[in-house]
Design a protein around this ligand. Sequence first.
Ligand code: FES
Length: 106
Amino acid sequence: MHDHGIQLRIPSVNRGRKVRIRVDGRDLAAFKGETIHAAMIAAGIQHFRHAPGSGPRGVFCGMGICYDCMVRVNGKDNQRACMTQVKDGMEIQTLISKETGPKEPR
Ligand code: FES
């Protein structure tokens, strides 16, 4: 499902304050000012949701247009990971499973 074995952060880059987010029950390091999308990609998570009749989806446009990056944030479905900044303690769920997947946006 997810490949969590990759670490894509560049150690020499200065970032904002460290915050903790949780993605599918896994604690991830994130930094104030970055998006959920950035934190998830940096942790090697590429699949964010499942598109009915298609397959796993991830970040495509990275600027709020395609809706391929939707996740559940603190229990609220269909939040665009590329447009939502991380906050300390944020609970995020990918919407990969057909059973738990999002209702398609209207
Ligand atoms: S990647 Fe396109 S809306 Fe987020």
